[in-house]
Design a protein around this ligand. Structure first.
Ligand SMILES: [Zn+2]
Length: 224
C-alpha cells in the first residue's frame, strides 16, 4: 500500500472562476515520490492548469511530508484555515500515514511531527535537511565506491604475480572490477611518478593493465 496520498480537490479558478477538479498531493513520501519532492523543493508542488482558461497556479492545501531515511515528518496546514481545522487535517493525515506503514516498520520518529507555516516552509526545511546531508540528490559517487573498497583489496591486487592470482583477488574483492578503480589506480600511478617511485608506478601500471583486460573480458560475451 503506497504511503503517498493524492486527493481529488475541487476549487475555483482565480482567473476565470470555473470550477476545476484536480488531484493534489496531501501525503508525500520522499522514497516513493522523489520527483514530486523535487517539485516541492522548487516551489512547484500541486500546481494545476485550468482546463478552461489555461491559467495555472498552486492549489493551497494541507501537506504531510514523510522521509523514513531521514526519520522526518513535517506538516503544513492549508493557509487561511481556522486552527481547529488545521488540527483536524493534521490528525487525519497523520493517522492515514501511520496506517500505510506496516506495524513492524513504525518507529518513534513518526510521532515527532515538525510544523511548517505552509508548503513553502516545508520546502525550506527540506533544503536545510539536504545541506546537512551534504547536497541533493544523494547519488552514489565514484568516491563512495572507492571508499567502500577496503585497503586490503588494493594490497591483494598489488601482491598478484599472475593472471590466476588476479582472478583470486577479484573473486575476493569484486569491487576491483568497477571502472572507478581504474581512475583510482591512475591517480596512484601519477602520485608515485611525482614522488619519483618509478618501480611502484610500474608495478601499479602492470596491475592496472591486467585489471583492465579482466574487466573487458568480463564485459564481452563468452567465446569471442
Ligand atoms: Zn480558469
Amino acid at each position: 500500500m503506497p504511503i503517498s496520498y493524492q486527493k481529488q480537490a475541487e476549487f475555483t479558478c482565480p482567473n476565470c472562476g470555473a470550477n476545476v477538479t484536480a488531484a493534489v498531493w496531501q501525503i508525500l513520501d520522499a522514497q516513493e515520490q522523489p520527483g514530486v519532492v523535487d517539485d516541492l523543493r522548487r516551489g512547484l508542488l500541486n500546481r494545476v492548469t485550468c482546463p478552461h482558461c489555461g491559467g495555472d497556479g498552486p492549489v493551497r492545501g494541507p501537506l504531510l511530508f514523510h522521509d523514513a531515511q531521514a526519520r522526518r515528518v513535517i506538516f503544513a496546514g492549508a493557509p487561511g484555515t481556522a486552527d481547529h481545522e488545521v488540527r483536524d487535517q493534521a490528525r487525519n493525515l497523520h493517522a492515514l500515514l501511520v496506517s500505510a506503514i506496516p506495524e513492524e516498520q513504525r518507529r518513534p520518529y513518526l510521532a515527532d511531527v515538525d510544523i511548517a507555516q505552509d508548503v513553502d516552509g516545508v520546502a525550506l526545511m527540506l533544503k536545510r535537511m539536504d545541506r546537512r546531508r551534504g547536497g541533493s540528490p544523494p547519488a552514489p559517487s565514484a568516491e563512495a565506491i572507492i571508499s567502500a573498497l577496503p585497503d586490503l583489496a588494493i594490497q591483494a591486487l598489488m601482491q598478484t604475480q599472475s593472471g590466476a592470482d588476479l582472478r583470486v583477488a577479484v573473486g575476493a574483492y569484486p569491487l576491483l572490477l568497477r571502472p572507478e578503480v581504474d581512475g583510482l589506480l591512475a591517480k596512484q600511478i601519477d602520485q608515485a611518478l611525482d614522488a619519483g617511485h618509478d618501480r611502484q608506478a610500474s608495478a601499479l601500471e602492470s596491475r592496472r593493465e591486467a585489471l583492465s583486460e579482466l574487466r573487458a573480458a568480463a564485459a564481452s560475451p563468452r567465446g569471442t
